[in-house]
Structure formats: structure tokens, C-alpha cells
Design a protein around this ligand. Structure first.
Ligand SMILES: N[C@@H](CCC(=O)N[C@@H](CS)C(=O)NCC(=O)O)C(=O)O
Length: 216
């Protein structure tokens, strides 16, 4: 279905935190697919992700969690990239994965690079630069994380198609990178200057309605 009408409105509930980049990765895909969803806000700064109720949904105590209520019961999923693959399978239109197996593998390789390297490396840089007061920020730590981030971004650029998106048409890969790459400037990494291809990519994804709709 291209977009859900009221009669076939899917029962999707997203346990999320507005400021969480990983929650936004899923919100981006829900918006791109025009899927209505209910939000349950879990304030991780207040430990709401550690309550017994939430730990039943995700024993790792992390947002996002998606609950899809179906005739056969609730499907409870965590991990943004797993949730997004599920959404792509269950709600295939509009598609956010290419058709050819090699291109699909390429999208997954980009998502894997994000999940295993960029997210853990740069997540801590973002916390240091955006959440801590300037006087609390550790200059050595910031410099080391910026260097590691730049190394990973250089690899992303090598893997990028000719554009405007990361891998052909807008895909699950773009959704994974948007939240982190849209806050590189306050982290001291200027994409337009250092990674112009990514700067152009960011300008392009910002034009999509999903960028604004998913922001909070
Ligand atoms: N790889 C996971 C990461 C999830 C994650 O780290 N979520 C953060 C918010 S962005 C969280 O819930 N942190 C709370 C905590 O670890 O206590 C994903 O992609 O969903």
C-alpha cells in the first residue's frame, strides 16, 4: 500500500525519545512511507527506559522500539536498522531498498558501517559537544573522536554512489545517516568543506518532507 487510509491504518506504536538519533532513523522511514504511528515518549534522561514495563519490550533498555499490532499478535522490535528492514518488508511502497541483490547488499553495507562504526564513535562525540557544557568538554577526547569520525566519513564517501543519495535512490541507508550527519557542524566537522559530496547529500535530504517531519 502506498499510503495507509484510515480503514487500513496500521497499528504502529513507536517507543522513542525525541532527541534520540536512533529514534529519528525510524521516524524518517515511517514518514517516507507515509505510515501513521503513535508515539510513546520514553525520556532516557529520566531513566524511563529502565522501568520493568519498558525492559519487557527491550531488555537492553534502548529506544527505539516498534510495536506492530497484527491479527496474529504484537510484533515487538528493537534496533533501528532491524525495525526499518521490517517496515520495508511489511510496507514495501514506496520502496526504500533497490531491487537488484548487489545494490541491496550495498545499502546494507552502508547501514552496517553506520551501526557498527559511525554510531558508536560519533555518538559519544555528539554527547560531548552537544549535551555537555563547554567547560566540561574534554578537548583530547573531542579531537580523538573527530579524527575517528573523519576516517569513517572518508570511507562513506568512497562507498557513495554519484548522488544525490548514498546508494542510488533515497534508501534505508540515507535514513540511518541523517540524524548523525545533520549535527556534524556543531561537532566541529564541516561537511561542505571537508566532505563536499556529503555536504551536497545533506542539502538534498533536507529538502525532503521527512527531514522536517522526523526532527522531533
Ligand atoms: N543500535 C541501536 C542503538 C539504540 C540506542 O543506543 N539508543 C539510545 C538513544 S539514541 C538509548 O536508548 N540510550 C539509553 C541508554 O542506553 O540508557 C539502534 O540503532 O536502535
Amino acid at each position: 500500500m502506498a499510503s495507509a487510509t484510515e480503514s487500513e491504518r496500521p497499528q504502529l506504536k513507536l517507543y522513542q525519545f525525541a532527541a534520540s538519533g536512533n529514534s529519528r532513523i525510524v521516524r524518517l522511514v515511517l514518514e517516507e512511507k507515509h505510515l501513521p504511528f503513535d508515539r510513546v515518549n520514553i525520556d532516557v534522561t529520566k531513566g524511563e527506559n529502565r522501568t520493568p514495563e519498558f525492559l519487557k519490550l527491550n531488555p537492553r533498555g534502548k529506544v527505539p522500539v516498534l510495536v506492530h499490532s497484527t491479527v496474529s499478535g504484537d510484533v515487538v522490535l528493537s534496533e533501528s536498522s532491524v525495525i526499518n528492514e521490517y517496515l520495508e518488508e511489511v510496507f514495501p511502497n514506496p520502496p526504500l531498498m533497490p531491487k537488484a541483490p548487489a545494490q541491496r547488499a550495498h545499502v546494507r553495507a552502508l547501514v552496517h558501517l553506520f551501526d557498527t562504526e559511525l554510531s558508536p564513535t560519533t555518538g559519544l562525540l555528539i554527547i560531548e559537544k552537544l549535551l555537555k557544557k563547554p567547560e566540561e568538554q574534554r578537548a583530547d577526547f573531542v579531537a580523538e573522536r573527530q579524527k575517528a569520525t573523519r576516517e569513517i566519513l572518508a570511507r562513506v564517501v568512497e562507498m557513495m554512489s554519484d548522488g544525490p543519495f548514498l546508494a542510488g535512490d533515497f534508501s534505508l541507508a540515507d535514513a540511518s545517516y541523517i540524524p548523525v550527519l545533520s549535527v556534524m557542524a556543531p561537532c566541529g566537522i564541516i561537511l561542505d568543506r571537508e566532505f563536499p559530496k556529503l555536504g551536497r547529500w545533506l542539502a538534498e535530504v533536507k529538502k525532503r518532507p521527512s527531514f522536517t517531519a522526523s526532527a522531533h
